[in-house]
Design a protein around this ligand. Structure first.
Ligand code: NAD
Ligand code: ZN
Ligand code: ZN
Length: 345
């Protein structure tokens, strides 16, 4: 079969590789029908995630058809259409029992990281019963691919950890696929005002179409001054960081109101300066974490009932064997006006 492999910092290739086989009774082999590329794959390619070794198949998102199941798999059989969660979980260990799937003692984020991932014709999914979801009849597969990672990330680590409530004024810093997923899922909770902050005017324009009530362009405008003006000097109820650099965390700590929440979603490679001397008196909460994908069943229901349309995030489509071209487009998202790319069989 063919797979997109990491070959060390800055290097990748679409190569012939052995088709994965069942290794444990709980494994499921899935034939990929649609997958995508995540910002995290770009981080890996830059060499930012040293746990990824050369030859590793990348990708942790996708949908497909069950090809084979191990003897202990109860929920799936060959031919079933499935959604692959970016987080693998046994469902039985102490952390899984608390739905803290990201910290499963025999799983977590391993796909396209510690084991071969989904940017291939076939993938082996450990603990298939708990790590795959049946695809509802007639569902939009492109929309479902957004449920592997970015939608649960936006909802769990941005919206739920940030405790977004009806009427709140919230700010989302970073209008990439993850920030956009925060924007889409925040609307389940009817915040009064949603301010999107980014430096890319095209992304801000898209955010306005997706429900942002206000946008602020970093570089052209001062986000802190603008937010203070908009909120009569109070700041926002919830400030959500969806970039992963010190500058954007800093915006969040400057715009959070008394009694508010800072929800950090971004993956940070450097420490940030925490202004505890100003924040201690404000009765705020700061949260951060890795997506657990415990909200996937809920997101599947919202998708089925038409309460959310994440397929709107898809801007580019390629055949799976054109994946190197897709990386070129996604890796130059600003220039290409790309948000999410779909790779299909
Ligand atoms: N916590 C988790 O479980 C989890 C899961 C998935 C992704 N992530 C992380 O979420 C973050 C966002 O992911 P993404 O795929 O949307 O990334 P992305 O790179 O596509 O988007 C980031 C956006 O931030 C904007 N930006 C960059 N610097 C900025 C600045 N100084 N001020 C304002 N805007 C700025 C960019 O223009 C871009 O639109 C990444 O750090 C990613 O690793 C976290
Ligand atoms: Zn991802
Ligand atoms: Zn577990």
């Amino acid at each position: 079969m063919k797979a997109l492999i990491y070959q060390g910092p800055g290097k990748k290739d679409w190569v012939e590789k052995e088709k994965p086989e069942l290794q444990k009774p709980t494994d499921v082999i899935v034939k990929i029908t649609k997958t995508t590329i995540c910002g995290t794959d770009l981080h890996i390619l830059k060499g930012d995630v040293p746990a990824v070794t050369e030859g590793r198949t990348l990708g942790h998102e996708g949908v497909g058809i069950v090809e084979a199941v191990g003897s202990a798999v109860q929920n799936f059989k060959p031919g079933d259409a499935v959604l692959i969660s970016c987080v693998t979980s046994c469902g039985k260990c102490p952390n899984c029992k608390r739905q803290l799937y990201a910290h499963c003692s025999d799983g977590g984020w391993i796909l396209g990281h510690l084991i071969d991932g989904t940017q291939a014709e076939y993938v082996r999914i450990p603990h298939g019963d708990n790590s795959l979801y049946p695809i509802p009849e007639g569902a939009d597969e492109e929309a479902l691919v957004m449920l592997s990672d970015i939608m649960p990330t936006g909802l769990e680590i941005g919206v739920q950890s940030g405790r977004v409530k009806p009427g709140d004024t919230i700010a989302i810093v970073g209008a990439g696929p993850v920030g956009m997923s925060v924007l889409l899922t925040a609307q389940f909770y009817s915040p009064g005002r949603i301010v999107m902050i980014d430096m890319d005017p095209a992304r801000l324009e898209l955010a306005a179409q997706f429900g942002a009530t206000d946008t602020i362009q970093v570089g052209a405008e001062d986000p802190v001054a603008q937010i203070m003006e908009m909120t009569d000097g109070l700041g926002v109820d919830v400030a959500i960081e969806a970039v992963g650099v010190p500058a954007t965390f800093d915006i969040c700590q400057k715009i959070v109101s008394a009694g508010g929440n800072i929800a950090n979603v971004g993956v940070h490679g450097k420490s940030v300066e925490l202004h505890i001397e100003e924040l201690w008196i404000k009765n705020i909460n700061i949260s951060m974490g890795l997506v657990c994908t415990n909200t996937t069943p809920m997101l599947l229901k919202t998708l089925r009932n038409g309460k959310v349309d994440p397929a709107r995030l898809v801007t580019h489509r390629f055949a799976l064997d054109e994946i190197l071209d897709a990386y070129e487009v996604f890796g130059n998202a600003g220039r290409e006006k790309a948000m999410k790319v779909i790779l299909a069989i």
